[in-house]
Ligand binder design. Structure first.
Ligand code: SAM
Length: 304
């Protein structure tokens, strides 16, 4: 399914010739662009268009349905934060579920935690896994961990069938709510996440940009406040190749032992993860800082 590498993808030439421009109805009127050195892969899976290209300044880039999912240069900011914000907030996480995350980067980060005994991962699109193994070995290294059980399937169905109270943490590393990830942003999905978590268990979901998607964030926050009876917090980080340069996370815990997300209780012993290289972005200070919100967002999020 290696696709046709000779024909230029539509999203490549429309704004600046020889550049990739990221356009979507989710961010109308703007298009972040990267200079393309070489197209390495183009394919169409059952779910989405998949492209990998070599960029001039961010290393290799993975694009799904015209939207950048990761670049070699800044993936650390996203993968480390979406993983360690939840896992460093509870003592001894043992059983973790990852939904989406087909590139393997979140698995790489979960695997840094020595207390973790089992990691289930449910990704809908096998092509993303295969492409990541071929072109992003430093990201896909996560798949090599013996604790990982990879399931190719829909995360919504997987969670509906998950045993009640079975996970310490669920991480939802999804694409945007247009396409296969739509339901991962809806109330019934959050209800099945809450059901699958043990008391005092935690979830961290990709929750879009403060600059672009306050309406989506507002809905997620009000759903989560209804469903999760422990803590409900919004955090964010800087990822230069995501639209508007920032991305947020919704962090919630179920009723049970208190979780104070802003004050991490479970530091990572980074020396235990030599094969993966050192952490590049996450530290305890940036963990706490991630929960500080600009006033315009604080007003909306805290009023929900
Ligand atoms: N880890 C990436 C990064 O560093 O920015 C972010 C995105 S990750 C590639 C998003 C994944 O979610 C995609 O591989 C996509 O196929 C997957 N996905 C979308 N909808 C899904 C669903 N309903 N169930 C499981 N996985 C889904």
């Amino acid at each position: 399914e290696n696709g046709d590498q000779t024909k230029e993808p539509a999203c490549f030439s429309s704004v600046i010739p020889g550049w990739f421009s990221e356009m979507s109805p989710m961010w109308p009127g703007e298009a972040h662009s990267l200079k393309v050195e070489k197209v390495l892969f183009q394919g169409k899976s059952d779910y989405q268009d998949v492209i990998v290209f070599q960029s001039a300044t961010y290393g290799k880039v993975l694009v799904l349905d015209g939207v950048i999912q990761l670049t070699e240069r800044d993936e650390c900011a996203y993968q480390e934060m979406i993983t360690h914000l939840p896992l460093c907030s509870i003592p001894n996480p043992k059983k973790v579920l990852v939904i989406g995350g087909g590139d393997g980067g979140v698995l790489r980060e979960v695997a840094r935690h020595a207390s973790v005994e089992h990691i289930d991962m449910c990704e809908i699109d096998k092509m993303v896994v295969d492409v990541s193994k071929q072109f992003f070995p430093n990201v896909a290294i996560g798949f090599e961990d013996p604790r990982v059980n990879l399931v190719i399937g829909d995360g919504v169905a997987f969670l509906k069938n998950a045993a009640e109270g079975s996970y310490d943490a669920v991480i939802v590393d999804s694409s945007d709510p247009i396409g296969p990830a739509k339901e991962l942003f809806e109330k019934p999905f959050f209800q099945s996440v809450a059901r699958a978590l043990r008391p005092g268990g935690v979830v961290c979901t990709q929750a879009e940009s403060l600059w672009l998607h306050m309406d989506i964030i507002e809905d997620i926050v009000s759903n989560c406040r209804e469903i999760f009876k422990g803590s409900v917090n919004y955090a964010w980080t800087s990822v230069p190749t995501y639209p508007s340069g920032v991305i947020g996370f919704m962090l919630c815990s179920t009723e049970g032992p208190d979780v104070d997300f802003k004050n991490p209780v479970n530091p990572i012993d980074d020396s235990s993860s030599k094969s993966k290289g050192p952490l590049k972005f996450y530290n305890a200070e940036i963990h706490s800082a991630a929960f500080c919100l600009p006033s315009f967002a604080k007003k909306v999020i805290e009023s929900k």
